[in-house]
Unconditional design. Structure first.
Lengths: 208, 170
């Protein structure tokens, strides 16, 4: 092969490579935009918070940067629904497989009188060793609840269990930058949640 | 002669009638005894975190032909047991204690997660999946009926439509 032909071949190969690179970038940016459409950023609620947690140190939401977070609020004396939500989120982690390593489930209790950090730790770890429990003073929790639009009302009925709570019960999907991207009902399909988590992880992996 | 025949006829009819009546009453009594007791099935308790003070039990009650009411529950596994109803209204999950649940004849009463549950309060000891626990339901008419409840792990089944999840839709 003479020098001219070689030069031309290399040039064509280089051009093709650049075109291929551009195509890949365009496809990835498309994908990222589609994820943004599917899971728009909720600008009305959310934000960073710091609460005493089962990590052995306070949990600052921003420290989970890069991880997708599934956030839920409840109380451990709840006999039926709260354990069911955590069991559901455990199933999501199972369905995520290796992606579970970049996902965190955070359970915030609005019942600090009964849900001390040790109680919370034992409670969430029953479901999954990486689940994080958080609580705080009534004022601290009220502030975080307000950020996320969580309603919780202490009710004293005529039960031997003492007081319980009427409360909103959503699962909040937060992206790797801690922004709220979706709210799920407490009986949302695990496959939908897992698929959304994977969309966010994929979008986060794209640098542009 | 005529009088005797007539008398015999009347007597005969009366005897037959009495016999038939007696038979019906006995039959009805036997049938009542069979259909009085409510049938209890699918009694289970969720496997809660050992640290949890409270837990939930679920059951299906098929009432007999007699109007009745479920007044309460007892179990050695917990300090107290109460009937509770979950409901979602105005975006709020609520739990309400029910002092009793009326049972119409032949009615079926289903307890399930997110709906009605028997709240077990102050668990005596942690329960593990597979454990069997006696659960006594107290009815107004039928009295106490004890069944064995099975402890089941809270496993959420994967949605069968899962095969199509996770694929990109362009």
């Amino acid at each position: 092969m003479n020098k001219a032909l070689l030069k031309r071949t290399v040039l064509i190969a280089a051009v093709l490579l650049v075109l291929a690179f551009i195509a890949v970038v365009v496809m990835q940016v498309q994908g990222k935009r589609q994820t943004l459409e599917r899971l728009p950023v909720n600008t009305k609620m959310g934000g960073n918070f710091v609460l005493p947690s089962t990590l052995g140190r306070p949990l600052e939401l921003a420290s989970l940067k890069g991880k997708v977070v599934l956030l839920n609020f409840g109380f451990t004396s709840c006999p039926d629904v709260c354990p069911l939500v955590l069991a559901r989120l455990r199933q999501v982690l199972r369905e995520l497989g290796p992606d579970a390593a970049n996902t965190r489930v955070v359970f915030v209790s609005f019942d600090p009188a009964r849900d001390t950090v040790p109680v919370l730790a034992a409670y969430v770890r029953h479901f999954h060793p990486d689940m994080i429990g958080a609580t705080g003073t009534d004022a601290e929790i009220a502030a975080v609840a307000a950020q996320y639009g969580v309603v919780y009302l202490k009710e004293s009925g005529d039960s031997a269990a003492g007081y319980n709570f009427a409360h909103s019960d959503y699962i909040y999907l937060l992206d790797g930058q801690g922004r709220v991207r979706k709210l799920y009902a407490n009986d949302a399909k695990t496959t939908e949640m897992a698929a959304d988590v994977q969309l966010l992880l994929k979008a986060d992996a794209i640098p542009f | 002669m005529k009088m005797n025949l007539a008398g015999l006829l009347v007597a005969g009819v009366l005897v037959v009638a009495a016999g038939a009546h007696a038979a019906t009453v006995t039959d009805r009594k036997a049938e009542s005894a069979r259909s009085l007791a409510p049938l209890i099935s699918n009694a289970w308790i969720s496997e809660a975190p050992p640290v949890a003070k409270n837990n939930a039990a679920f059951v299906t009650v098929k009432n007999g032909t007699r109007k009745d009411a479920l007044l309460g529950v007892e179990t050695p596994a917990a300090g107290a047991a109460e009937l509770h109803q979950m409901s979602m209204a105005g975006g709020l999950m609520r739990m309400q204690r029910l002092p009793l649940i009326n049972l119409a004849p032949n009615a079926e009463l289903k307890f399930g997660p997110g709906g009605r549950h028997i709240m077990l309060i102050n668990m005596k000891s942690p329960l593990k999946a597979g454990d069997k626990v006696p659960l006594t339901l107290i009815f107004r008419k039928a009295g106490k009926i004890t069944v064995e409840a099975e402890v089941r792990a809270l496993n959420i089944e994967t949605d069968p439509a899962a095969e199509h999840a996770g694929h990109d839709h362009h």
